[in-house]
Design a protein around this ligand. Structure first.
Ligand code: 6R9
Length: 663
């Protein structure tokens, strides 16, 4: 492990922005004293702190008596003898509290059409789907893959699985048939829920056809049902007996469904994510601990209030769409916008236009989107936020990657009008919810810093032996104590879970996030300096370099490939692949043509998001005498910088010259 962190003095950013006084006055966590009081409570009585919160923010069918079980660490158990149902907590509980007629979802379709769904209507939809799934023999403990676009039905499908105790695994609609097939097999899923087609940016994109292709690849015999939500009415193939329309599945089903009361540790979902080695891993989350943190962070980080209109622009295919669309907002009875489209259709002012249209108060998006919209409004001033009435905003958030201070300042000034706090929320698929973030009514903000851990989150920075490093020195980000919403295991691979997240080198007790970080000497604020492993972050999407390399070498033309990240102004990082072919090194048009072919190949193997932006061909790759590829040097070459490092250990230094340029 190496830390490619910021300079050892700590980040140079010195601007500091206090939360607006008016915001603090009304905030759920008001002022730093309130924040510190919560942190102190957690320090004083860790289990008591979590038990109190779990009783206050979750409704239990059977109360728990044991808060944390560490007997089989790192396979921690939280609230283990408690029973509950997530969908009951997100729907019935709100209806019981008088919110039945409140809008749960404002669905903003790709073409701008709006559909409003109340809590009662969402409840009925979820129950009908749940009953329909049960009628097809799907039951508690089964795995169900959801391969759907952004829709009310997508959220309802997730909630319906939760209602019957089936464990869902949502696969992002941008993944290829092969990626879908691998996930179906790994999860041993019994059903796939999908759409005929998805609608994005005015285009109809196939989903059902990709499911058909995935299932035809073989190995998916466990799949007995493919449920299809009709979104566009486009032409699709049909397998009798296996395929069923969603509207037929729910036909005649009751609008009530007794929730399946499950143990707090019951797996609510599996979500596949990339690691530094091997195939994507199925991150398994719990029911009780996960729900607690989804609800609580809505209240703490997003300061959610009953009258708010909240909008998270993520896709349900990513963890952000799980915690901060499907579960968090519904758990707290909020009204949220669910958006089907893309930020640039029909124009790059779509986000601001939609905020104005629905009077959005809380807006949560990714730095990559902000950066691309800054660029777009430089090119076309008409799409600049100042042309839209976005004065309803009171809080902004970012997630997915570090936000550079310039983009933060633009967001703060032009979107927030210098009156909205920004919560730069650091977290991961594995953490289930926010970990390090400003509290909007408490923490003074520094652009580019995710500031301080949430109360109860024992984040720290250590060296490679697991020893604390002083503030101002970079190191490895860890969490020293288990927390309720943490990953429970990797589906079907507990050894990989233990070795990967609780490595022996760090003493086996600390959760290893996989990111480098540094704390400011004066404020103690955290700044994330990026992954310390071979994981890339392209537009906030996580991808393993190994995965892309394996996809490349699976092509019959390719002998060897090495993939590195290259800093990119808009996407944060971009993928640069160095490739050795089995035939002579191509140049000119031939190189261009093969590069296109390989890009499309990766698109088929993994999905369009994994296509390398740049491919360079060499007769070989730079290797040490023992045959190890020197990725460090490739990173320098990718950036177009001159190599200043010692290359005397290289077997073949001449190769560096050849790999300097894009073919
Ligand atoms: C929620 C999510 C996790 C990785 C994480 C880190 C990066 C996320 C960040 C951030 C700096 C932030 N990351 N939020 N880096 N500041 N506010 O994105 O989950 O897809 O699993 O990615 O994203 O590198 O390790 P996931």
């Amino acid at each position: 492990m190496t830390n490619q962190g910021a300079d050892q003095q700590g980040p140079a950013e010195s601007r500091i922005f206090a939360p607006p006084a008016g915001f603090t006055a009304q905030a759920n966590v008001s002022g730093m004293e309130a924040y510190k009081a919560l942190c102190d409570e957690a320090e004083r009585d860790y289990e008591g702190f979590w038990a109190r919160l779990a009783r206050e923010h979750v409704e239990w069918q059977t109360p728990f008596t044991r808060t944390l079980n560490e007997d089989n660490a790192p396979f921690y158990k939280w609230f283990e003898d408690g029973k509950l149902n997530v969908s009951y907590n997100c729907l019935d509980r709100n209806i019981k509290n008088g919110l039945g007629d409140k809008t749960a979802i404002i669905f903003e379709a790709d073409d701008g059409e709006v559909t409003r769904v109340s809590y009662q209507q969402l409840h009925d939809k979820v129950c009908k789907i749940a009953n329909g799934l049960k009628a097809r023999g799907i039951k508690k403990g089964d795995r169900v893959v959801i391969y759907m676009s952004m829709s009310v039905e997508g959220v309802a499908a997730m909630q319906a699985c939760a209602r019957i105790g089936a464990t869902h695994s949502v696969v992002f609609g941008g993944f290829s048939a092969k990626s879908l097939q691998e996930r179906i097999i790994d999860a041993g899923a019994v059903a796939v829920l999908t759409c005929d087609e998805q609608l994005r940016g005015g285009k109809q994109l196939p989903l059902k056809a990709i499911v058909d292709e995935a299932l035809a690849m073989g190995g998916c015999d466990t799949i007995k049902n493919v449920v299809v939500y009709k979104r566009t009415g486009g032409n699709i193939a049909w397998t009798e007996g296996r395929d069923i329309w969603l509207h037929d599945l729910v036909e005649g089903q009751a609008a009530t469904c007794e929730p399946e009361w499950v143990d707090a540790e019951h797996p609510l979902f599996i979500l596949y994510t990339s690691g530094s080695t091997g195939t994507p891993k199925g991150v398994q989350h719990s029911t009780g601990g996960y729900l607690l943190w989804a609800a609580l962070t809505m209240k703490w980080s997003f300061d959610i209030k009953p009258q708010d209109v909240y909008w998270c622009t993520a896709d349900i295919g990513w963890v952000t769409g799980h915690t901060y669309i499907a579960y968090g907002p519904t758990a707290v009875g909020a009204t949220q916008v669910v958006f089907e489209g893309i930020p640039t259709f029909p124009h790059a002012g779509r986000f601001w236009e939609t905020i104005a249209k629905h009077k959005v108060n809380i807006f949560y998006t990714a730095p990559t989107a902000i950066r691309s919209l800054i660029k777009a409004s430089d090119v076309d001033p008409k799409v600049h936020p100042k042309n839209f009435d976005i004065s309803s905003l009171r809080l902004l958030g970012t997630v997915g990657e570090p936000i550079n201070p310039e983009a933060w300042m633009w967001y703060y000034k032009n979107v927030g009008g210098e009156k909205c706090p920004i919560v730069d929320t650091f977290w991961q698929t594995e953490t289930g919810g926010h970990m390090i973030t400003p509290l909007p009514g408490a923490t003074p903000m520094v652009p580019g810093s995710c500031t301080l851990p949430l109360p109860g989150i024992m984040a720290a920075i250590v060296d490679e032996a697991g020893h604390d490093v002083p503030n101002g020195s970079g190191g490895i980000l860890v969490v020293k104590r288990p927390w309720p919403s943490m990953i429970r295991t990797i589906w079907g691979n507990p050894d990989r879970f233990k070795a990967g997240y609780f490595p022996e080198e760090l003493g086996g007790k600390y959760y290893l996030a996989g990111d480098g970080a540094i704390r400011n000497s004066e404020t103690g604020y955290f700044t994330i300096t990026g992954r310390i492993d071979d994981v890339l972050n392209v537009s906030g999407h996580r991808m393993g370099t190994m995965e892309i390399e394996s996809a490349l070498v699976a092509n019959p033309l390719v002998a060897e490939a090495a993939v590195v990240g290259k800093p990119d102004e808009t996407t944060g990082e971009s993928i640069c692949a160095f490739v050795v072919l089995k035939r002579a090194r191509p140049t000119g048009d031939e190189a261009k043509q093969i590069a296109t072919e390989l890009r499309n190949w990766v698109g088929k193997e993994i999905g369009p998001i994994a296509k390398p932006k740049e491919i360079r061909f060499g007769d070989n790759l730079p290797k040490t005498r023992s045959g190890k590829i020197m990725r460090r040097l490739l990173r320098v070459l990718a950036k177009g910088e001159t190599i200043t490092q010692d290359v005397s250990t290289l077997e073949n230094p001449a190769i560096l010259e050849q790999l300097k340029e894009t073919s």
